[in-house]
Design a protein around this ligand. Structure first.
Ligand code: SAM
Length: 221
């Protein structure tokens, strides 16, 4: 049996959507940070369902037919949510995460009304496979180690266009090097991009937290 078919490698996290369907996202018992669903990913996934983006009863759907690239997708839960709302999604991460991403796409394909594929994208490397710039770039819990700051900002510069909305969700951590990493990331980012923090009352009422921030980031003109 192939490793990706063997359920003893995985445990399942269930994320209920507002339409009562449930995303079933497999996480690995063993592996690096990308193998589990982080809280920022849940907060961002549920934010995508808020009524400013998605209110079918009023004909609002900011996701239908829109191109979305998720960076550092891990299990893929954020991109999966966008694909179930109608977006054309590419979930990206390092080579090591591709099996998990593909397993989770397969597991949830019945809920997808747009499309979703998994691809390798290492921050700072060539992005020509992902151009023209997508309408949205999504990233959850991607600001966490010093060596990634320059390549991650470079990736955002290469991938975004003047109309791209980057939605970044991160958990503010106070221990160790985390505050310094965050500070350095935002200092570098703000040379090229402007950031708007989304207040808690515009986030999902249940899945939000004072230490988890959502930002809309756009290229400076
Ligand atoms: C903390 S995890 C977050 C995973 C997922 N977004 C979530 O919130 O559940 C960070 C993710 O970034 C990915 N990552 C780290 N460095 C990367 C790089 N240089 N290029 C691409 N992805 C990277 C990791 O593989 C991992 O999946």
């Amino acid at each position: 049996m192939a490793a990706d078919e063997d359920d003893s490698h995985y445990f399942v996290r269930e994320i209920e959507k507002n339409d009562s369907c449930t995303l079933k996202v497999k996480q690995c018992y063993l592996g690096d940070v990308g193998c589990v669903v982080w809280d920022a990913a849940i907060v961002l996934a549920k934010y995508l369902e808020t009524k400013q983006f998605y209110e079918p009863s009023s004909g609002v759907n900011a996701w239908a037919g829109r191109s979305v690239v998720e960076l550092g997708a891990g299990t893929g839960v954020v991109g999966l949510m966008a694909a179930t709302l109608g977006a054309e999604v590419t979930v990206t991460d390092l080579e090591d995460l591709q099996t998990l991403l593909k397993v989770n796409i397969q597991e949830n394909k019945a809920l997808v009304s747009g499309s979703i594929t998994a691809k390798v994208l290492k921050w700072g490397e060539d992005v020509s496979d992902f151009l023209p710039p997508p309408h949205f770039i999504l990233m959850a819990d991607c600001i966490y180690y010093e060596q990634s700051i320059v390549p991650l900002v470079e990736c955002l510069k290469l991938l975004s266009g003047p109309d791209t909305c980057i939605i970044c969700c991160y958990e503010q951590r106070t221990e160790g090097v985390n505050p310094q990493v965050e500070r350095q990331f935002f200092q570098l980012l703000q040379r090229h991009f402007s950031c708007e923090e989304i207040p808690e009352d515009k986030q999902d009422p249940e899945f939000s937290s004072p230490d988890i921030h959502i930002l809309h980031i756009r290229r400076k003109v």
